[in-house]
Design a protein around this ligand. Structure first.
Ligand code: ADP
Ligand code: MG
Length: 351
């Protein structure tokens, strides 16, 4: 749908496991002096820096977490790396190393795996992360990608989910609902294509939402800006499952309540337009859509001026005592209880 697939097809069996590993990792570049040894031995060697180490892992399964009919493989590799880097960002840390496990069936060619790695390597370059190892194996069917990211932060800079305090400001980066709007468009195109393969995709003018879905970014830029401004959030989480689910995580784990204001929730005009096209209220896309990978965090009210001075951050509400619950003040002035309706991969499947 997006790119001409390479015409050449090299079977995985032509390279074998070791040939494939060598082929995929030949251009790997090490950025950090803490990476003593990367790929090539039984284990990578990392020099502890005296900071605290952050470790996170995500397993992506074809047909559950991604759909190859509309996900270009390079984007898939990029996104797989970025979502893990986003988890390090959400701890207020700096990502340093990545470990990749990949299982592929012989339906995939060497060129296809190359595309996935091109995406992974692009993310490594952009976020200055060292690819230090992994595992490569075959699968009976389908593609599996497991990514582990390793990062670091000074002990007093690590930010948890369960430490929001009453009267803290609730802040969010960027805008929300875009990735979900992109998914709606891609699913619609897929259905149209399945019904009639002659149909040309109608995706012009939708670039922003498609990019939000297919090529998300981790907000490391914000982590660095907060550092520069001398702000340590009191609690933080990245928005992978929608604003509703994430604010509930922070509040439930912190034993607090919150009020957020519908009018303050940042939604791009293009995204709002797409939501309306699908008869969905834009705020619902922000609350219940997923995969925006923006940061949701709380700060002390004394940081109000400093936070306001950073572009691209919206203050959407404040933390209250637990008994108040977690609510949204709607544009019409009614208080609505927030419930989680994030992605639930198990909800509609037999697994
Ligand atoms: P082992 O038998 O010890 O598991 P492998 O032959 O699987 O070693 O891997 C050899 C080296 O290549 C190791 O350093 C491993 O971390 C690295 N490696 C294997 N697969 C990948 C991959 N998909 N991406 C990055 N590095 C990999
Ligand atoms: Mg191995």
């Amino acid at each position: 749908m997006f790119e001409d697939r390479a015409n050449k097809r090299t079977e995985l069996s032509e390279l074998g496991e070791f040939g494939l590993i060598n082929h995929l990792t030949k251009d790997v570049f090490i950025n950090h002096p803490e990476t003593i040894r990367g790929i090539g031995d039984d284990a990578a060697v990392i020099e502890p820096s005296g900071k605290q180490m952050l470790v996170t892992c995500d397993l992506l399964v074809e047909g559950v977490h991604f759909d190859l009919t509309y996900t270009p493989l390079k984007h898939l590799g990029y996104k797989a790396a970025v979502v893990n880097i986003s988890d390090i960002a959400a701890m207020n840390g700096i990502p340093k190393q990545l470990v990749i496990g990949i299982a592929v069936s012989n339906r995939f060619s060497v060129e296809a795996i190359d595309e996935i790695y091109a995406g992974i390597m692009l993310a490594c370059e952009r976020y200055k992360v060292d690819l230090v190892g992994g595992d490569t194996t075959s699968s009976r069917s389908g593609l599996f990608i497991s990514v582990t990211a390793i990062g670091e932060a000074e002990p007093d800079k690590v930010v948890y989910r369960n430490t929001a305090k009453e009267n803290n400001l609730v802040c969010v980066t960027g805008d929300l609902g875009g990735a979900y709007a992109g998914l709606l468009l891609l699913e619609r195109e897929k259905k149209t294509y399945e019904a009639n393969p002659e149909m040309q995709p109608e995706l012009e003018g939708y670039d922003y939402a498609l990019e939000r879905q297919l090529k998300p970014e981790a907000r490391m830029d914000v982590v660095l800006k907060l550092r520069e401004a001398g702000i340590v959030p009191t609690a933080m989480i990245d928005i992978s499952d929608g604003l509703a689910s994430e604010i509930l995580h922070i509040c439930n784990d912190s034993k607090m309540g919150a009020v957020i204001y519908e009018e303050k929730i940042p939604i791009d005009a293009v995204v709002a337009g797409i939501a309306e096209e699908f008869h969905i209220e834009p705020v619902v896309a922000a609350l219940n859509g997923g995969e925006d990978y923006e940061l949701l965090f709380t700060v002390d009210i004394n940081d109000f001026e400093k936070i306001s001075a950073i572009p691209g951050i919206s203050i959407i509400g404040h933390i209250t005592e637990e008994a108040t619950g977690v609510n949204m003040m709607s544009n019409s002035g009614s208080l609505i209880t927030i419930r989680a309706q994030g992605w639930d991969h198990y909800r509609n499947t037999e697994e």
